[in-house]
Design a protein around this ligand. Structure first.
Ligand SMILES: O=C1C[C@@](O)(C(=O)O)C[C@@H](O)[C@@H]1O
Length: 269
């Protein structure tokens, strides 16, 4: 274990990074009406955080329209925190923004109070990333640094290095999604997750191995140290996402099994 203490992130009534997996569900509407319908469709489902994938929004370059839509979502969600993510093309999303426009949009979102959490791609230019993080800090918005590799899985040491690089940006959470080509790749992702969450728990990590091979990381990643999992409700935002009910069922089973295991542990069999 590292010498520093875990620092779970508190957003509204949700705690991220205390060992219990947080379920995040993306919405991908192109218009405010589509987004509204998707969020209404989530009511009664066990969703901890909603992610707005703003890169799918038709008026992405119209900052006031984006802020209006974000505010409407926050009102509709009530106690459920909103994570706003603008996934660029290079990271597997649909936004085609130059670094300056990316920085302006995210800084505006950070300053507007229209997001509880903001995803920041740490591979954008350093000054752009720093500007967004500063704006978010000033306005009490939590930052999730992120990186995506839709073709490969780097070796575990490299995943560790990238997660550490993100943790050191002064953000609240560090996230990495990678694509496995083998079972060994899935293990590499899980092992890197274990290592960073044990040695550097001060910034919780969110990790996933994508596609069908990586599904186990979405269902049991918390047992290796991942603080959250992305689950779908309707349209998945990445390959391998399982529907929210399926994820909840598995998490409940694992939770019960762990409780039973803990109760048995002290005595001899
Ligand atoms: O970063 C992530 C993780 C993700 O890519 C996944 O694999 O579940 C889904 C995205 O919507 C989100 O922004």
């Amino acid at each position: 274990m590292g010498s520093t203490a875990a620092r779970p992130v508190r957003v509204k009534d949700v705690t991220i990074g205390d060992g219990r997996p947080v379920v995040i569900v993306p919405v991908l509407g192109a218009t405010p009406a589509e987004l509204r319908a998707q969020v209404v469709g989530l009511s009664g489902r066990r969703v901890d955080v909603v992610e707005w994938r703003v890169d799918h929004f038709a008026a992405l370059t119209d900052i006031p329209a984006v802020l209006d839509a974000a505010r409407a979502l926050v009102r509709l969600l009530g106690p459920v925190p909103l994570l706003v993510t603008c996934r660029t093309r290079t990271e597997g999303g649909v936004a085609d923004l130059d670094p300056q426009s990316y920085g302006e949009l995210l800084s505006a979102l950070a300053s507007s109070g229209a997001a509880d959490l903001l995803d920041v791609e740490h591979r954008r230019p350093g000054d752009v990333v720093a500007g967004i993080v500063t704006a978010a800090r000033r306005h009490g918005v939590k930052v999730v640094a992120s990186e995506h590799d839709f073709t490969t899985t780097p070796p575990a040491e490299e995943i560790v290095r990238r997660l550490r690089e993100m943790q050191e940006l002064g953000v609240d959470l560090a996230k990495i999604a990678v694509m496995p080509r083998s079972r060994a790749d899935v293990l590499a992702l899980l092992d890197a997750t274990r290592q960073v969450s044990e040695e550097h728990p001060e910034v919780p990590v969110i990790t996933m191995s994508m596609g069908p091979l990586g599904v186990v990381s979405r269902l049991a990643g918390h047992l290796f140290g991942s603080a959250a999992t992305f689950a779908s409700a309707g349209t998945a935002s990445a390959p391998g996402q399982v529907d929210v009910e399926g994820v909840r069922t598995v998490l409940d089973v694992l939770d019960r099994a762990q409780g039973a295991g803990a109760a048995r542990e002290p005595g001899p069999a």
